[in-house]
Write a protein that binds this ligand. Structure first.
Ligand code: PEP
Length: 263
């Protein structure tokens, strides 16, 4: 446990959702929730990660929200800069468009799109060079957990990027621990299991960087209003990366409120 107060982060990962009309409604509903009962950024930082297509319109629509809602890209290119790379969006292009945050290493990128440790490290390097803040996702599969390798896998994923992160860049990284078997399955790691892994992650980070004691470590995997309070009560769980439940404004708001009130 860090012993210091770390402002929690609650970030909604909208993945390849929603269609335009539903996105407009979701944004309006979330703004309405925040207007009725605002959550100050000192109590909980709130972010959403829409599709690349919707990044700028989402950012514009949240610009007058009662609480700050920052906009996060779900991924970026492993290629830096600009050039002949059809379909790619680089760190520099994100930054140039006013997008300051990016998810890297989500298990869906690793598993479905084949992002290797090298590709993930390249993305981290590019994002940091462009001045972006990274939410770096780590997590083990069910088979890895059942064979007792969970901790090793997760710490290796952190080591994978340690060679491309300079000493002064760790403060630009937030970790999201997302056990793959808990993503979109309705199964959540028990608060004890999640806390144990978060404590190991903090220990591992602290061996790499002094910033380890103050870096936010988010939990992700079927977080919902029903389990958010218990998760928020764990000392090393400093927020949540929320998939399914972030597509419902009321549920997402309740999760953010749980972290804002418990921490
Ligand atoms: C995610 O994909 O980052 C995630 C945590 O999804 P869910 O909340 O739906 O499990």
């Amino acid at each position: 446990m860090s012993g210091l107060t770390i402002t929690p982060w609650v970030v909604g990962n909208w993945k390849m959702n929603p269609m335009q009309a539903n996105a407009q409604q979701l944004i309006q509903d979330l703004k309405q929730q925040l207007k009725q009962n605002n959550i100050p950024a000192e109590a909980c930082r709130i972010g959403v990660a829409p599709t690349t297509l919707a990044l700028l319109s989402t950012q514009a629509q949240f610009s007058d929200a009662a609480s700050e809602v920052f906009t996060v890209a779900q991924d970026l290119s492993r290629i830096a800069g600009t050039g002949a790379y059809t379909g790619e969006v680089s760190a520099e292009l994100l930054k140039d468009s006013g997008i300051e945050y990016v998810l890297i290493g989500h298990s869906e990128r690793r598993e479905i799109f084949g992002d290797s440790a090298k590709v993930v490290a390249d993305k981290v390097k590019n994002a940091l060079a462009a001045g972006l803040h990274i939410i770096y996702c780590v997590g083990e599969s069910l088979a890895q957990r059942e064979s007792g390798q969970a901790e090793q896998v997760v710490l290796e994923q952190i080591c994978d990027i340690s060679t491309v992160v300079n000493a002064d860049q760790w403060t630009h990284i937030t970790i999201a621990y997302e056990p793959i078997w808990a993503i979109g399955t309705g199964k959540t790691a028990s608060p004890e299991d999640a806390q144990n892994m978060h404590a190991k992650i903090r220990e591992g980070l602290s061996q790499i960087t002094p910033a380890g004691s103050t870096m936010a470590i988010l939990y992700g995997g079927s977080v919902k209003p029903e389990n958010a309070v218990e998760l928020a009560a764990c000392p090393d769980i400093n927020g949540a990366l929320v998939g399914g439940a972030s597509l419902n404004a009321e549920s997402f708001y309740q999760i953010a409120r749980a972290f804002a009130q418990t921490k």
